[in-house]
Design a binder for this molecule. Structure first.
Ligand SMILES: Cc1cc2nc3c(=O)[nH]c(=O)nc-3n(C[C@H](O)[C@H](O)[C@H](O)COP(=O)(O)OP(=O)(O)OC[C@H]3O[C@@H](n4cnc5c(N)ncnc54)[C@H](O)[C@@H]3O)c2cc1C
Length: 458
């Protein structure tokens, strides 16, 4: 019987294990899949927590519907009727700038305005800022190659759109400074809009007509009624054939004629193929003795930190929140990038007389200790509300250097990694470090690796 090891039980590794197991069963082939997870938790950064009457997410809290791969997996697991959308809210979110929250203009396509009305009336842009954004309609196409995301938005739409719309909206997706992101790696669809339509606004108008769902209608984001962690549990329950090796870190890999050997404090084992689904620095450590050059490229992927602090408050102690949350414009002097009213965004997460609000930190601000983060979150929330609230419960989650950053050069780094993999048949590298950081992308990565291995092992 062929044996495959999946190293890392985040959503990428779980998807790989699920599709390997299912694909082999459907083809009537014997395949033993072992999943090695260093911690005692499956799901990686997915941290759905049920604590007394509260249900919260420490990590990701939604998937976008227009990237189908996560929800496809949900359907395959038979969890379709567990899928929930966000509660309708208008405005969907506020952006805090100059001492108060302003509604996020309606009709944004990622960060590009696709309707003129909301753009013309938003107080988030000065009259000069609005005129500058409108210049996008007339500017010629820019260079085809890559450029920092902040420079790209400033070039097309101006500095105010960058600071007051694009930076707050995208600042939380990757740990670190969103200005430095590679536009081609992190927002390829925006470069594509420019290439195809010249003007981002005109291209965005065309794209929005096609796309279903919007932030305002509650149709853009989805989760499961028990939180995203339901998917990890369902995979474990529905793949009894997989050997779940919890608290079993893999420290080193070796390759000999007979196949792959993995080493850890639990011993040594041989496999026909290995899927490394850990963050890139952990993959580098495992591969270092085998391929120093590949390990070096893996280590060159920059990582930033992320953290969340969630407070439970008495609902009648704060004014009813507007929208699902507040994002902070660049340069407002907050430590947090934004706040989400979790119990306003999702139904049934808390008793009616309570509110759950979550502060999100990324980059250097997320490097503090639990205590520092809680203090900073409370100070920022007090500034937002105009008084200091009294949280009844606090939950803090930290991922120091846990978020890969797709800075300029990312696509070249991934191409080098793919080339190096050519030297190692039977080895797959998947997860947020490479081909997309969102849950849909890491599930797609896991599925494609499983399909390649099933084909090559046949
Ligand atoms: C606060 C926060 C909010 C986010 N919000 C969203 C969101 O709303 N929507 C969205 O789509 N995405 C969101 N993301 C991104 C998304 O959560 C991650 O990109 C995704 O979960 C990464 O999955 P992964 O499987 O690649 O890696 P991980 O989840 O990091 O899993 C890697 C696993 O490998 C294990 N491991 C590491 N080293 C070893 C070893 N040597 N041996 C064995 N096991 C090992 C780890 O313990 C871990 O379980 C968010 C991320 C954070 C931190």
């Amino acid at each position: 019987m062929k044996k495959v090891a999946v190293v890392g039980g985040g959503m990428a590794g779980l998807a790989a294990a699920y599709y390997l197991d299912r694909g082999a069963r459907e083809a009537g082939r014997a395949l033993e899949v072992s999943l090695f997870e260093a911690s005692d938790h499956l799901g990686g950064k997915v941290r759905s927590l049920s604590d007394g009457p509260y249900r919260l997410e420490g990590g990701p809290d939604a998937v976008v519907r227009y990237k189908p791969w996560f929800l496809q997996l949900v359907r395959e697991l038979g969890l379709e009727d567990r899928v929930v959308g966000t509660q309708p809210a208008k405005p969907a979110a506020l952006i805090y700038k100059g001492g108060r929250g302003h509604p996020l203009p309606e009709g944004l396509n990622v960060v590009i305005p696709s309707r003129f009305g909301p753009l013309l009336t938003t107080p988030l842009l000065s009259p000069a800022g609005k005129l500058r954004a409108g210049l996008d309609l007339f500017l010629p196409r820019g260079p085809e190659g890559d450029e920092p995301f902040g420079a790209f938005i400033e070039r097309r739409l101006g500095r105010e759109v960058w600071r007051n719309l694009a930076a707050p909206l995208t600042g939380g997706i990757y740990g670190g400074d969103p200005y430095e992101l590679s536009t081609l790696a992190a927002f390829p669809m925006l470069k594509e809009l420019e290439r195809k339509h010249r003007s981002l606004i005109l291209g965005s108008l065309a794209a929005m007509r096609k796309r279903k769902g919007s932030r305002e209608g509650g149709g853009l984001f989805a989760s499961l009624s028990g939180g995203l962690g339901e998917v990890a549990r369902a995979i474990q329950e529905q793949t009894p054939g997989v050997r779940w090796r919890m608290q079993s870190p893999v420290e080193r890999a070796d390759r000999e004629e007979k196949g792959w050997y993995l080493f850890g404090p639990w011993g040594t084992e041989r496999f026909d193929a290995v899927v490394l689904a850990t963050p890139a620095p952990a993959a580098a450590a495992v591969l270092e003795p085998l391929d120093r050059e590949l390990a070096r490229i893996l280590r060159s992927i920059p990582y930033g930190s992320a953290a969340t602090v969630t407070f439970a408050l008495e609902a009648d102690a704060v004014p009813p929140p507007r929208g699902h949350g507040v994002l902070i414009a660049a340069g407002e002097g907050f430590a947090a990038r934004g706040f989400t009213w979790l119990s306003r965004k999702w139904a049934n997460r808390t008793p009616a007389d309570k509110l759950l609000v979550r502060a999100y930190f990324s980059g250097e601000a997320a490097d503090g200790s639990e205590e520092e983060l809680e203090k900073a979150a409370l100070a920022d929330l007090a500034r937002l509300l105009g008084f200091e609230p009294w949280p009844q419960r606090t939950w803090t989650f930290r991922w120091p250097r846990g978020m890969p950053q797709y800075t300029v050069g990312h696509l070249e780094r991934v191409a080098e990694i793919e080339k190096a993999l050519g030297r190692w048949p039977g080895l797959e590298l998947i997860g947020a470090a490479y081909r997309g950081v969102g849950l849909p992308e890491v599930v797609r990565d896991g599925r494609q690796a499983a399909e390649r291995l099933l084909a090559s092992l046949a």
